[in-house]
Design a protein around this ligand. Structure first.
Ligand SMILES: Nc1nc2c(ncn2[C@@H]2O[C@H](COP(=O)(O)OP(=O)(O)O)[C@@H](O)[C@H]2O)c(=O)[nH]1
Ligand SMILES: [Mg+2]
Length: 613
């Protein structure tokens, strides 16, 4: 089901027109009614002459509420650019028009409202002026329909024109990965949490398990409404109100996306093809800070221009945007960037969460061009060269359905350029790069810690900045190739064994002799440096009680055996008994017993120990 929406300057009659078309007053906030001003998005619906039912989004025109306008414009199939016949085009006429261009809203009509207030030859003049405003935009040449919401004239023609324009649009694709960018979250007495938004990219049903991103809150769909009517399921393009269980509305906000668990990734950075807004006053400089808006979400972002020093009005360049707060945005989605009071530009996203891209690098730009507009298999391949992606998201912006995507992926898989693992896709080149990075990370750790037998996995994963599934895949491939091996929770190069230097070996020999000389009261003032001591523990030469007392490993094992013998005949073991058993002092007996407690061999009960089963 398509969604249409308004755009245009404040007070030009957008809300009044929607009311006249649908019979529903889109200004729902009390403050909006009192001030006669639309502040936030309003929603209505309409059945067209063809019988097609459409959702209607009414946006605010005032420049202070551009962010709300953007949140509404994201999901539109068709925009009605509304211009009052008595005023003609005004600043937000141009700004909203620029935004419709940047978002590449599929279709548009121009509506000249308040025609009851002017003579028709005056309307002709306004129309001529309007054609100038539209020139070069995607609404250039679009039908201009004259209406009066008050007199009710032109409304039937407008309904027909909407029908015609929608009939010419290609059907919405259904990649089978539903998502609802949330525009409102609230709670209703007796129902609990409700969110609203425009559903895209798939179907949702009552009972479905869902997730909210960013954050990953899990929830379930308790009920669904479409146009205030309860439904069991809703499909792409529907405005929905979703009743959720398992989450509190205080934890939700505009900008989150409701999706199937695991079906979306959250973007920390995006690469987009930006076009400078035609109404932009000053070019945007490389490295500038902007607000990035995508569907209903927004974040501060730093813009790295990849092939230009500045973004010039009306011109395009490539940019990598690093987000301050992550958002669930996908390749193929459109973003808009703004400074506090100006729409700077925007355009389609081609990749998310890729590596930091080199500036002014011809190869990178060629890849990005292919990722944006090459043949589907090139676009998939190039996108993956910037980093792994969930398989399901590879269809984003590609206009291929799920079956076609499967076919392309299996071709790329057979050719060996793409690797599919779990629900993610990898380019072989990226994987090989990650394998080399992992090996050199291991080498760097070993160089800094020459006596360690393995690198903790978590240290490696964080050093490489890989997600857990990507890390596991890279590790798995290296293990299968026999290039690395697992050691406990760590990883080492295959066959690697650390070794002491000759000088260290000599010191260690002296130390071990000293331990042997006083097995139960070993010296505590001449312990080797911590890395050497841990090495000796790993090598099995000594047992470190952790309390400054180190026993030779064979002595320690003998002591444990004697303690067990003691327990065979006695229910408890006291500190004094331990001391006497080994002819040592309290200090050693205590360090030894505490070690046994820590290893769960014994349990301390008052002043004595019992044996654990
Ligand atoms: N005479 C006349 N007044 C209109 C018409 N449409 C809207 N208005 C008036 O213009 C003012 C602004 O309308 P509104 O729909 O709130 O504008 P919006 O800010 O674009 O949503 C209101 O006072 C409306 O009553 C129309 O077709 N004819
Ligand atoms: Mg309004």
């Amino acid at each position: 089901m398509p969604v249409i929406g308004t755009a245009g300057h404040v007070d030009h009659g957008k809300s009044t027109l929607i009311h006249a078309l649908t019979g529903i007053d889109p200004d729902r906030l009390r403050e909006e009614k009192e001030r006669g001003l639309t502040i936030d998005l309003g929603f209505a619906w309409l059945t067209l002459p063809s019988g097609l039912e459409v959702g209607v989004v009414d946006v605010p025109g005032h420049e202070r509420f551009i962010k709300n306008m953007l949140a509404g414009a994201g999901g539109m199939d068709l925009a009605l650019l509304i211009v009052a016949a008595d005023e003609g085009p005004r600043p937000q006429t141009a700004e909203h028009l620029a935004i419709l261009d940047l978002l590449e809203v599929p279709a548009g009509l121009v509506v000249l409202t308040k025609c009851d207030l002017v003579e028709s030859d005056y309307a002709d003049l306004v129309e001529a002026e309007l054609e100038d405003t539209l020139r070069g935009s995607r609404l250039s040449g679009a039908p201009i329909i004259r209406v009066s919401a008050v007199a009710g004239t032109g409304l039937d023609e407008l309904r027909e024109a909407i029908d015609d324009a929608l009939a010419r649009l290609p059907a919405r694709r259904d990649p089978g990965r539903p998502r609802v960018p949330i525009d409102r979250a609230f709670s209703i007495q007796g129902f609990g949490t409700v969110v609203t938004g425009t559903l895209t990219d798939g179907w949702i049903r009552a009972g479905d398990e869902m997730e909210l991103l960013p954050g990953g809150l899990k929830c379930r769909i308790r009920g669904l409404q479409r146009h205030r009517t309860k439904v069991d399921a809703a499909g792409p393009g529907t405005r929905v109100a979703v009743n959720l269980s398992g989450v509190h509305h205080d934890d939700l906000r505009r900008g989150m996306v409701l999706a199937r668990p695991g079906s979306l990734t959250v973007a920390q950075s995006v690469v987009a093809r930006l076009t400078g807004s035609r109404i932009l006053g000053h070019p945007l400089q490389h490295d500038a800070e902007v607000t990035l808006l995508a569907a209903t979400a927004q974040s501060q972002a730093k813009v790295r221009l990849l092939d230009a020093e500045s973004l010039i009005p009306g011109q395009s360049c490539w940019a990598q945007l690093v987000l301050e707060s992550p958002m669930a945005v996908l390749p193929g989605d459109h973003v808009v960037i703004r400074s506090p009071d100006e729409t700077i530009g925007g355009g389609p996203v081609v990749s998310v969460n890729g590596r930091r891209l080199r500036r002014n690098d011809a190869g990178t730009i060629r890849s990005l061009e292919l990722a944006l507009s090459g043949a589907p298999e090139d676009r998939i391949f190039e996108r993956l060269s910037f980093g792994p992606q969930p398989t399901v998201s590879l269809a984003d912006g590609l206009a291929v359905d799920a079956g076609e995507l499967d076919r392309l992926l299996s071709e790329l898989g057979t050719a060996g350029s793409v690797v599919l693992a779990g629900d993610r896709a990898y380019s072989r080149a990226w994987l090989e790069g990650a394998e080399l990075r992992l090996e050199s990370e291991i080498d760097a750790f070993m160089a800094a810690n020459p006596l360690r037998r393995a690198v903790p996995k978590e240290h490696l994963r964080r050093g490489l900045a890989l997600t857990a599934p990507d890390f596991e895949l890279v590790v798995g491939r290296l293990l299968a190739d026999g290039r690395i091996e697992e050691r406990g929770t760590g990883i080492a190069r295959h066959g690697f064994e650390p070794a002491l230097s000759a000088a260290q070996e000599a010191e260690v020999a002296t130390f071990l002799r000293a331990l042997a000389a006083n097995p139960y009261s070993p010296p505590t003032d001449r312990l080797p440096p911590p890395p050497v001591l841990s090495y000796l523990v790993e090598r099995g030469d000594v047992e470190d009680t952790g309390a400054g007392v180190v026993f030779a490993r064979s002595v320690y094992e003998d002591m444990v055996a004697r303690v067990r013998e003691h327990f065979a005949a006695n229910p408890t073991l006291s500190l004094a008994e331990t001391r006497d058993l080994f002819g040592t002092s309290r200090k050693y007996a205590q360090a030894f017993l505490e070690r046994l407690d820590a290893l769960h061999v014994t349990r301390r009960v008052g002043d004595s120990r019992t044996l654990r089963s």
